[in-house]
Ligand binder design. Structure first.
Ligand code: CA
Length: 439
């Protein structure tokens, strides 16, 4: 688990002035990675690091030879068109690059002159997926979400007995994961209303969001070699915001007995900036199951995981309807939660995923599952916020929403704020529902 070091010092400032205003998601204490190019250009995609409202172009920095010593190899890897190689180098290499970036971007740094020429304004950039996502697994780590959903699908038996023992997950599909800004057609699929005898194929009428975090895997493990809980975090590169769009009318008809399938794999959206585990070090929280619950089995338990396995990350989802957009009204918040409520930690996800010897690879993506908190206003999907579609939510402009309508944009945001630490954020993850194919 990363520990605090000079790069977390809240007093550090950068010669990039916009990094120092106390409001930016990207102060010098954050330094997240993305893959970008200039908007509308045919430039090569390459890695970049956010600082204030700018991006350090890692390809330009590598060419200029800014990073030397133990930062040279990770800096070169960060210049590539995907970050898989950087992720695979492991936590020590990423940490060396972070320290070098922090030193180079500090007020008074001798490298200011060389690095100034490598800055690209974020306002002029476009982003692509930061890694080739070989495999994508989605977990189900909020007991509140599992209970709320279970109650809707199985009123007599909301939480299945395995939930408190096993970090539940399923293998999803990587090909339809897109970067923030993704606009996707409303999916069609088989739907069988309870009162109908036979299913029909139609555009989903119950389009939903799932506010999650995505965990990017760093260093690989070999097939047959489980990752112990103490080592699990050294195999995590960092976190992104993740919206796992879901079709709630396709889901109940298809999900038994093998789990979600086409209700979940038509689009999933991630934020461009990967916040590293090291950047999150000041925001750790203790982790525990409630006293009356089964305690994690020994392979899912460690002192480190208990004392600091959780993460204090504030999360919110906002909606911008077509009407709001036309009126320049700005989006409206529909929920607000915190990752610290999760029932299983990121380390437990990694350890459980590999307990059978399954090999994780750099750039694999693990979803946390919908991160609903303990109260209804912290629910992170419309199906919960509207009690299965029965109670529409009221928006400030007088509109109502039960499910998403065509033209709706959903925006996820996340940030960490704590006494004695610099506030850091994740930027935004936005996505828009378009009309179904053929109307
Ligand atoms: Ca999900």
């Amino acid at each position: 688990m990363p520990t605090l070091n000079e790069t977390h010092d809240p007093k550090l400032t950068s010669w990039v002035a916009s990094a120092n205003d106390g409001r930016t998601d990207f102060p010098i204490q954050n330094l997240p990675f993305a893959v970008f190019r200039r908007q509308g250009s045919q430039e090569a995609w390459r890695g970049g690091v956010a600082i204030g409202d700018q991006i350090v172009d890692m390809a330009a920095a590598a060419q200029a030879g800014v990073f030397q010593g133990d930062a040279a190899a990770p800096a070169q890897a960060a210049a590539e068109s995907t970050l898989n190689q950087l992720m695979g180098l492991g936590a020590a290499a990423a940490s060396a690059l972070r320290r070098a970036l922090s030193q180079a971007l500090r007020t008074g740094s001798a490298q200011q002159g060389a690095l100034q020429a490598c800055l690209v304004p974020q306002a002029e950039a476009e982003y692509t997926l930061p890694a080739r996502i070989g495999d994508y697994t989605d977990f189900y780590t909020s007991v509140h979400h599992a209970t709320n959903i279970g109650r809707l699908f199985r009123p007599d038996n909301p939480l299945l007995p395995n939930y408190k023992w096993v970090p539940i997950g399923y293998h999803g599909r990587a090909s339809s994961i897109g970067i923030s800004g993704q606009a996707f057609k409303r999916p069609k699929g088989q739907v069988k209303p309870p009162e109908a005898d036979t299913p029909v194929v139609k555009p989903s009428a119950r389009m939903d969001i799932e506010l999650e975090l995505g965990v990017f895997v760093g260093r690989a493990n070999a097939l047959g070699e489980p990752i112990g809980i103490e080592q699990a975090e050294s195999h995590i590169f960092g976190l992104v915001l993740f919206n796992d769009w879901s079709a709630r009318d396709i889901q109940p008809w298809e999900y038994q007995p093998l789990g979600p399938f086409l209700s979940k794999n038509f689009a999933s959206t991630i934020s461009p900036w990967i916040v590293t585990m090291e950047a999150l070090a000041p925001f750790r929280t203790p982790f525990a199951h409630p006293e009356d619950d089964p305690q994690p089995l020994p392979y899912l338990s460690s002192t480190g995981n208990s004392t600091a396995g959780g993460l204090d990350i504030e999360l919110e989802a906002l909606i911008e309807t077509a009407q709001m957009r036309a009126a320049h009204a700005g989006p409206a918040r529909i929920t607000h939660t915190n990752y610290r409520h999760a029932y299983w930690t990121a380390a437990q996800m990694v350890t459980h995923h590999t307990v059978n010897g399954c090999n994780l690879q750099p750039g694999d993506l693990l979803g946390t599952g919908t991160l609903s908190g303990p109260t209804l206003d912290q629910a992170c999907a419309l199906i919960e916020l509207t009690t299965g579609g029965k109670n529409p939510i009221q928006l400030p402009n007088g509109e109502q929403r039960t499910w998403l309508e065509d033209g709706d944009t959903v925006i996820l945001r996340g940030w960490c704020q704590r006494e004695g630490a610099a506030r850091i954020g994740f930027g935004e993850c936005t996505g828009t529902v378009l009309p179904a194919q053929g109307g």
